[in-house]
Design a protein around this ligand. Structure first.
Ligand code: SF4
Length: 302
């Protein structure tokens, strides 16, 4: 949206006695968008199975299924000749299993996830004990760790306190972690292990940083914030946590139907942000729903 469109939008909402603000950066990132386009173009040519959840959004997934894209978790379950790795990436171990199963691989790994893989492997190769700041079990973290013989995944100070001391720690982060948390945990690691060398490579992706800092600014000036995103989306939950630090009323919605009218009572300024799997149409639908509920409320009062 350009500046003039943005101003028109705000004017429109003022007329309805409510202001809707969108975060300066929100919604689908280039990595997810490219992966979806990639799957669409591949399936138009031949049957393909995506290994894992391509995007944490049921609307987009259902659209891909309608186009014929199949989804399986493991290479051994794939029945098509061609299999696709998602934007979240995969370990070499998974790639080799797919090759051993006779699959042709289409790789939609986001370049910024590739960067995280490269950094952790390089740190390990030169003698650092690998630490990943991220959510244990998340598909991206599984991809980052599966090729390592030893590693630790941490997400809080207690988990750092429980680490065994090593001469050298090499630290990267899951790409969708808030950079403020990552930096705080690196600092904690350094102070908790003063005799260890700690080398940190910042692998949090730029779209995540932009969405996080825009969410903070948005939450500071909103009475209520709606965070639009899939239930399995890590970055959506991180946006929720950030907004809650600066605004008391924050709601997670997967779509417009989940917005409750009571959330809008006594609310002048509503902020909207969205995770990196959320398509523009869904954000528009949420905004339109807010506007239509607020109009209903106005009629009810008068
Ligand atoms: S969230 Fe970041 S790392 Fe993940 S797909 Fe999007 S741009 Fe790439």
């Amino acid at each position: 949206m350009n500046k003039i469109e943005s101003m028109n939008r705000l004017t429109l909402h003022h007329k309805a006695h409510i202001t809707v603000l969108r975060a300066e950066h929100l919604g689908m990132c280039f990595g997810v968008r490219d992966a979806i386009n990639f799957a669409q173009s591949k399936v138009a040519d031949h049957p393909i199975t995506v290994m894992g959840e391509l995007v944490h959004n049921t609307t987009v997934l259902n659209d891909l299924k309608k186009r014929g894209v199949r989804f399986e978790d493991k290479p051994e379950q794939v029945e098509t000749k061609s299999a696709m790795i998602t934007a979240h990436g995969a370990s070499n171990r998974t790639r080799n299993r797919a090759k051993a199963a006779g699959l042709q691989i289409s790789d939609a790994t986001c370049p910024l996830v590739h960067y995280a893989h490269k950094q952790i492997l390089e740190l390990t190769a030169i003698g650092y004990h690998p630490i990943i700041i991220g959510r244990l079990g998340h598909v991206e973290v599984r991809g980052l760790t599966e090729d390592l013989s030893e590693y630790d995944v941490v997400l809080c100070e207690d988990e750092i306190n429980a680490l065994t001391a090593k001469p050298r720690f090499g630290v990267v982060a899951q790409t969708t972690q808030p950079i403020a948390r990552v930096r705080a945990l690196v600092k904690h690691l350094k102070s908790g292990f003063p005799n260890s060398e700690v080398r940190f490579i910042d692998t949090v992706c730029k779209p995540t940083k932009q969405r996080q800092s825009a969410a903070e600014k948005l939450a500071r000036k909103s009475d209520m914030v709606l965070v639009v995103g899939g239930i399995n989306s890590n970055n959506t939950h991180e946006l929720m946590r950030t907004c809650r630090r600066f605004c008391e009323r924050v709601h997670h919605v997967q779509g417009p139907d989940e917005i409750l009218a009571e959330w809008l009572f006594d609310t002048d300024t509503i902020g909207i942000t969205a995770g990196t799997s959320t398509p523009d149409e869904l954000i528009d639908a949420v905004e339109n729903r807010v506007y239509s509920i607020s109009s209903l409320n106005i009629r009810k009062v008068s």
